[in-house]
Write a protein that binds this ligand. Structure first.
Ligand SMILES: Cc1cc2nc3c(=O)[nH]c(=O)nc-3n(C[C@H](O)[C@H](O)[C@H](O)COP(=O)(O)O)c2cc1C
Length: 224
């Protein structure tokens, strides 16, 4: 098991997985770790469905069909274009990082970029996907999403510490209605995001470059 500093500093989004599945016991350890996430009043609002094997194959098919037909049913809006000011260069840099550095696709190569985006459908080949649902409670989406984020990062850090890897995916939230239907989840729950996870392919160039961060001073104001 990795120590905390190594875990938190080496965690990265995995964009190429090996097909080898994790064992049920390995997945249960991750889930037991993630269950320790804090939440407002200890409400633990996360409802997590894990899809593997045949269930995952069915989801790939449905998500692929919906994606190509342009049929999206997100519970929550996301548009990076709305992130202006200091945030815009960050997301533009992230796009360049993923397409060019990770996948070797040039900016002008439209077809190449489409192929990269397409890989979201299968979670970059991950053997498992976790779907993070949250209860719909009047005017509490923001507070519940706080708790969900705590859960999600604990899940991701546990994967890293134990030698696995994952990637949080808003892309999967674009198909909330179909995913709910396939997994038998009530419409009382909203799909915040998914996490594709499993054994990273460390030989793949997609996993060789870790995106940096702005300096701490850009995000934190210290008052002594
Ligand atoms: C809530 C959330 C949703 C994300 N959705 C996607 C996604 O749909 N597809 C994708 O390739 N990356 C997705 N990412 C990964 C981010 O691009 C990544 O975390 C960010 O660029 C920082 O890189 P790192 O995770 O390797 O440190 C998502 C990250 C978060 C936190």
């Amino acid at each position: 098991m990795l120590d905390f500093e190594t875990t938190v500093r080496t965690r990265q989004s995995i964009r190429k997985f090996l097909p080898t599945p994790m064992t049920e016991q390995e997945i249960k350890q991750i889930l037991a770790d993630a269950q320790n996430a804090p939440s407002a009043c200890n409400t633990q609002p996360w409802l997590v469905h894990i899809a593997s094997g045949e269930t995952l194959k069915r989801l790939h098919k449905i998500i692929g069909e919906r994606f190509h037909a342009g049929q999206f049913t997100p519970d929550f809006e996301f548009d990076q274009m709305k992130y202006g000011g200091i945030y815009e260069p960050r997301w533009r840099n992230q796009y360049a990082h993923v397409f060019t550095t990770s996948f070797g696709v040039e900016r002008e190569d439209k077809a190449g970029r489409a192929t990269v985006i397409e890989q979201n459908i299968t979670g970059y080949g991950a053997a498992h996907m976790a779907f993070l649902f949250m209860p719909a409670i009047d005017n509490h989406d923001v507070n519940i999403a706080n708790d969900m984020g705590m859960y999600s990062q604990t899940f991701l850090l546990s994967l890293t510490a134990r030698g696995f890897g994952g990637i949080p995916m808003l892309f999967l939230g674009l198909f909330a209605d179909d995913i709910r239907k396939e997994l038998g989840v009530s419409s009382d729950y909203k799909l915040l995001h998914g996490i594709a996870f499993g054994h990273p392919d460390w030989d793949a160039m997609q996993n060789k470059h870790h995106l940096g961060r702005v300096p701490v001073e850009d995000s934190v104001v210290l008052h002594w």
